[in-house]
Design a protein around this ligand. Structure first.
Ligand SMILES: Cc1ncc(COP(=O)(O)O)c(C=O)c1O
Length: 396
């Protein structure tokens, strides 16, 4: 959906705290009901260009789960990005925007059998796995396809660790590639994920060191990797500083050079959050303000259930940049608010101790920046409050 420029209205004033990366006229003419996510496709394209400059050897396969708005998928496709999916549903989203399944990676390690079969029928041929059971499933449903094994790595430097649910220990990953061969599959590669919103650049070096050891053992066994997939985890900027993509690129590129016994023909990554989080802002309206036992509460029309589920998974671990539409935003005293969503459930609450103008009142708008990742894709219609509308436009 592109913004309807026929619904021109007064553009909200751009507050002083507007994040540098967002175009100042992003909301111009967007006189539409809240809540909505407003994003800039030029920024999405820019992220891919910067990723390419920082990691010239690594081809990004965008993680569709992160933000699957068709405009975003089309932009990624147009700038030459590849894709990574978690389900057949995500493959259908890609088919709808003209992506060839043959270039898509299916990286969910435990998949519904019917999704494997249908993806293979559509032309997808590379699947990840981290267990014998999954290899047997792939051999049965998509015979002869290529598999890459997910290795468990240290993800303690991330906000959202993934290694408890996914990944095989190195010795097991080695056995799995042999088993793949026995089952008539192509032992194609290895993958890992350092955890989402990883802020420790050392995590990539450690993971690559572990993979390099495994590659040496596999080489002795007569298996050479066609693909090394370094996964996602590249962080986005919320309230606190994070390593830049250039800093991460330096560590990754150096580690690939120094640690690997040979360079696999294909090195890919599966970035999600880093590519889209900072490209969009959520625009919400204050429904009410109440004081409860000395605590200042703001009730807004977006909450954990219809957009900010991640605030439930990482309570207090990071802060979204917030500001308001109030003309006195930068002038009056700021006080700590508890910011909650519109539903009848208290776990709909997103932010605690959020500093906002003491004057905040019903009808004011609250802007939540860095909202482009894992918001819409998680949103439900709980309590009859639907997911926010999406307005992506291109500033350049
Ligand atoms: C297999 C896989 N690849 C890539 C990603 C994207 O990770 P991120 O958004 O942290 O870059 C995820 C996220 O959960 C994932 O599970």
């Amino acid at each position: 959906m592109t913004p309807s420029l026929t619904s021109l209205g007064a553009a909200p004033a751009v507050p002083a705290a507007w994040p540098q990366t967002l175009p100042p006229d992003l909301l111009a003419g967007l006189d539409v009901p809240t809540p909505f996510l407003a994003g800039d496709l030029g920024l999405v394209a820019d992220r891919f260009h910067r990723f390419g400059a920082a990691l010239p050897r690594v081809r990004p396969h965008y993680a569709v789960k992160c933000n699957s708005a068709p405009e975003v998928l089309r932009t990624v496709h147009a700038v030459g990005g590849g894709f990574e999916i978690a389900s057949l549903g995500e493959l259908h989203m890609l088919l709808d925007v003209g992506v060839d399944p043959a270039g898509v990676l299916y990286s969910n390690t435990v998949k519904p059998a019917s999704h494997v079969a249908a993806a293979a029928d559509a032309g997808l041929w590379r699947f990840s796995a981290d267990s014998e059971g999954e290899l047997h499933k792939i051999a049965r449903e998509a015979p002869g396809s290529a598999v890459y094994i997910r290795v468990r790595v240290d993800d303690s430097g991330s906000v959202f660790p993934l290694s408890r649910k996914f990944g095989a220990e190195a010795h097991h990953a080695r056995a799995l590639l042999h088993e793949a061969e026995r089952l008539g599959l192509q032992p194609y590669g290895l993958t890992f994920h350092v955890g989402s919103q990883c802020v420790a650049t050392s995590a990539w070096r450690q993971a690559l060191a572990a993979v390099a050891r495994l590659m040496r053992q596999l080489q002795r066994d007569g298996i050479r990797l066609e693909m090394l997939d370094i996964g996602g985890g590249f962080p986005a900027r919320y309230g606190d500083p994070v390593p830049t993509i250039d800093q991460i690129g330096e560590v990754v590129e150096k580690s690939l050079d120094e640690l690997l016994p040979y360079q696999p023909p294909l090195v890919v990554a599966e970035p999600g959050r880093h590519m889209v989080a900072e490209t969009a802002v959520m625009v919400t309206t204050v429904l009410g303000r109440e004081e409860r036992a000395g605590e200042e509460w703001l009730y807004v029309d977006v909450g954990a259930y219809n957009g900010f589920m991640e605030t439930q998974q990482s309570v207090g671990q990071w802060r979204f940049p917030l500001w308001s539409s109030r003309a006195d935003h930068d002038v009056v005293e700021q006080v700590a608010f508890t910011v909650t969503g519109p539903s009848c459930d208290s776990s709909d609450t997103m932010f605690y101790g959020a500093a906002l103008p003491v004057t905040m009142a019903e009808g004011d708008r609250l802007f939540i920046a860095s909202a482009g990742a894992y918001t819409l894709s998680y949103a439900s219609s709980f309590n009859g409050f639907p997911p926010p509308a999406t307005w992506y436009r291109r500033s350049r």
